[in-house]
Design a protein around this ligand. Structure first.
Ligand SMILES: [Zn+2]
Ligand SMILES: [Zn+2]
Length: 263
């Protein structure tokens, strides 16, 4: 028997990322790129304490994914999972208590969640996305991804719930205020996924997820309505039966399962 995935994206974007994923009584936090205070507030608003978390799962060491980690780890004894290279490149590693540090194995189980990281192309030491499985259902977390590799495509296939980067609109980026080097970094194979690239990857799927969270939108080079319209345009009629949520930097966005679970 499988529980449904309740997802709350507390914040998403280049100024900080953090998401709670919960199935039944197992909950994990993906990334801690916002203040500890904000993470704890979001948990409590949902009836959770930090001690209810089975883990913090880190995708990579960029500041927008770890900014609140040091304080969170100081105040809360929640194990933190990251790849060995991510740990090596995380600047505040020495301040994290040894007993909280976990190097992710290829696959592991926490409560009713089977968790499997997968490599993603991005300009960090060893960045990953995550597949979380509960019974026959799968939730995939994929942001900070330069381009869609076969591994990424396979990780998304069959997901019921998907958190997917839609970072920028290519035209807005090319005509925006970013210096050319930064534009090239974002557009490059180790940069970020555009709205169109996200839509194309979805269009390749045998089966669309029931719920898609568009995530890590650029404040400068994207707009929520544009990200949504681009994906909708590429998918057309096949989107029937799929709910799309557009996440943002300032306010938490959750799916319906979340409200039902935690009303
Ligand atoms: Zn990054
Ligand atoms: Zn990022």
């Amino acid at each position: 028997m499988s529980d449904t995935f309740a997802v709350k994206v507390i914040a998403s974007g280049s100024r900080g990322n953090s998401t709670i994923i919960k199935t039944g009584d197992t909950a994990v936090l993906v990334d801690a790129g916002i203040s500890c205070k904000r993470i704890v507030t979001a948990l409590r608003e949902s009836g959770l304490e930090p001690s209810d978390l089975s883990a913090v799962l880190l995708t990579h060491e960029h500041i927008d994914h770890v900014n609140g980690l040091k304080v969170f780890a100081k105040n809360n004894a929640v194990p933190i999972y990251a790849t060995e290279k991510t740990w090596q490149n995380y600047k505040d590693r020495s301040s994290i208590k040894r007993e909280l540090i976990r190097v992710i194995p290829r696959k592991f189980t926490l409560g009713n969640l089977d968790i499997e990281p997968f490599s993603i192309p991005h300009d960090a030491a060893d960045p990953v996305g995550y597949m979380l499985r509960c019974g026959s259902e799968k939730c995939t977390y994929l942001t900070d991804c330069g381009y869609v590799t076969a591994t990424c495509q396979a990780a998304v296939e069959g997901a019921k719930v998907l958190i997917l980067e839609a970072n920028h609109d290519v035209e807005m980026l090319k005509h925006g205020s970013y210096p050319v080097e930064l534009q090239e970094r974002i557009l490059g194979p180790l940069g970020h996924l555009s709205n169109k690239a996200a839509g194309f990857m979805l269009a390749q799927l045998q089966q669309l997820p029931q719920e898609i969270f568009l995530a890590h939108l650029s404040a400068e080079n994207n707009r929520p309505d544009l990200a949504l319209a681009t994906v909708q345009e590429l998918l057309g009629q096949s989107l029937t039966g799929t709910d799309i949520y557009v996440t943002n930097q300032k306010e938490a966005i959750n799916n319906e399962e979340w409200s039902e679970d935690n009303a």
